[in-house]
Design a protein around this ligand. Structure first.
Ligand SMILES: Nc1ncnc2c1ncn2[C@@H]1O[C@H](COP(=O)(O)OP(=O)(O)OP(=O)(O)O)[C@@H](O)[C@H]1O
Ligand SMILES: [Mg+2]
Length: 442
């Protein structure tokens, strides 16, 4: 146990010695450089720092005892429900300086690999379509949380983390301090969350616009309305009624297919008769996100995000069409993983492996190959496209696994010179080399 008397750590599993050995007797602002990881942080009221813990990285937030306890429990419950959120590690109380002065309790969470706070996503001027995808990801997160009965209370871009997801973003909740879990949310609770979201998102976008990080033709207030529209459209699709006649069973299939397309499986649905006799109403009762993710996992064992899974399933279909169109899907998926995916990822030079997740690398490589084939007017193979992809695209990415922990020499040079690296194609999620990384240093 740690040498600090009175120190108390609450965690669900075994507490690693490295966690106990952290300098809990010092306020976070005084923690020595060698335990800290320089990673991009969002805006926060509390002091947040990242620290190395064994081979991984944790985020530590100093807060009140009540808030740390509540947020720790909330994140644990959300995690059990499969919500996209950061994973809690421990709640730390009873912290004192060596002279006995009391220090703030802390919440420890696992750093979400490959995640970007929205300000880091925006570190280059962002175009309208990219912003739209970011806003859609935030709206999907809200819908997913509301379906689980989670009332957020403080929805904002800065309380969310974003990961690339095959040309889109996947949003994760990072701050659950104001959250509440209920068996179901009332329309009023959902509306309140939406109101808060709208005000916060508009405010955050205005700040970004003042800093020149968003296209001039973006309207912050209109964008916050689009967030609401995106949320309502999804909510309606996931929970609304479809009317059909007894002879129109295909409408049920169509509805289920539409939900699958959106990335949801329908676990249960209700069919009841409508007031006007003759009609029936179909309403999904339990929907579960991760439709493509689960299919890919079952076929290949690869655990990736939803849009990446959709993309890789498409690649498997194409592979099957060429190699054995009438063969078994599971066999084709296995062959593709062994003969295409794994060898491709294995060819990525070691020093570039932290640039992007393997599934994201595959997605970008497929895009690159497609562009190259179009340019050259012939089918370019993945093998042929790979070396150019590595040199022209992958190298220009920042290390997103643990962004800026070990800044590559060229980025350090750029930071020192205040210059920009190659500036082409970097205003979009599909190609975004690091620009002003210094702004995101801890
Ligand atoms: N587990 C984590 N992984 C990655 N980043 C994290 C993690 N935990 C915190 N952060 C970063 O720290 C920032 C602040 O965290 P958080 O929102 O919990 O603090 P806060 O002080 O409660 O914020 P608020 O001002 O909303 O109350 C986040 O925006 C995020 O960028
Ligand atoms: Mg916050």
């Amino acid at each position: 146990m740690s040498s600090v008397p009175g120190l108390s750590l609450t965690a669900s599993g075994t507490i690693p010695q490295e966690l106990l050995d952290l300098p809990w007797h010092l306020p976070l602002v005084e923690w020595p450089e060698d335990v800290l990881a320089a990673l991009p942080r969002g805006i926060s009221r509390h002091i947040v720092r990242f620290a190395y813990l064994g081979g991984s990285i944790i985020a530590i937030k100093e807060t009140s005892e009540r808030a740390a306890r509540h947020e720790y429990r909330m994140l644990r419950q959300l995690g059990k429900l499969g919500a996209p959120c950061v994973k809690p590690v421990a709640e730390v109380t009873g912290r004192t300086r060596e002279d006995g002065t009391e220090l703030s309790p802390a919440l420890v969470t696992r750093h979400l690999r490959f995640s970007l706070p929205y300000r880091a996503v925006f570190n280059q001027m962002m175009r309208k379509p990219t912003l739209q995808r970011l806003i859609d990801a935030q709206a999907l997160l809200m819908v997913e949380l509301h379906l689980l009965g989670f009332y957020w209370g403080d929805v904002s871009l800065s309380n969310t983390l974003f990961r690339r997801d095959a040309g889109n973003f996947k949003a994760y909740l990072v701050d659950a301090e104001t959250g509440e879990l209920h068996p179901n949310l009332s329309a009023g609770q959902r509306e309140y969350d939406l109101e808060v979201a709208q005000v916060n998102i508009a405010g955050e976008l205005m700040d970004l616009m003042e800093g020149g990080f968003v296209d001039e033709d973006v309207d912050a207030v209109a964008t916050s309305h689009q967030f609401i529209d995106s949320y309502r459209g999804l909510w309606q699709e996931l929970t609304g009624d479809t009317a059909f006649d007894p002879g129109q069973q295909w409408l049920i299939e169509e509805r289920v297919r539409r939900l699958n397309e959106l990335g949801f499986d329908v676990e249960e649905y209700d069919i009841r008769s409508a007031r006007d006799a003759g009609h029936l109403l179909l309403r999904p009762k339990v929907v579960d996100p991760g439709h493509h993710q689960r299919r890919l996992m079952a076929l290949t064992g690869l655990d990736v995000q939803e849009n990446q899974a959709r993309r890789l399933l498409g690649a498997i279909d194409a592979y099957r069409a060429v190699t054995d169109p009438h063969g078994d899907e599971a066999v084709a998926a296995h062959m593709w993983t062994q003969n295409v995916f794994q060898p491709t990822i294995a060819k990525i030079p070691r020093d570039l492996r932290d640039k992007l997740e393997p599934a994201e690398i595959m997605h970008q490589l497929l895009d690159y190959r497609w562009k190259l084939s179009e340019r050259e007017g012939r089918d370019v193979s993945l093998e042929e496209a790979l070396p150019n992809f590595i040199d022209e695209e992958l190298r220009s990415y920042r290390d997103e696994a643990v962004l800026m922990v070990n800044p590559p020499a060229d980025v350090v040079r750029q930071l020192e010179l205040g210059a920009s690296p190659s500036a082409e194609n970097n205003d979009d999620v599909d190609g975004e080399p690091d620009q002003d990384a210094s702004a995101w240093y801890s």
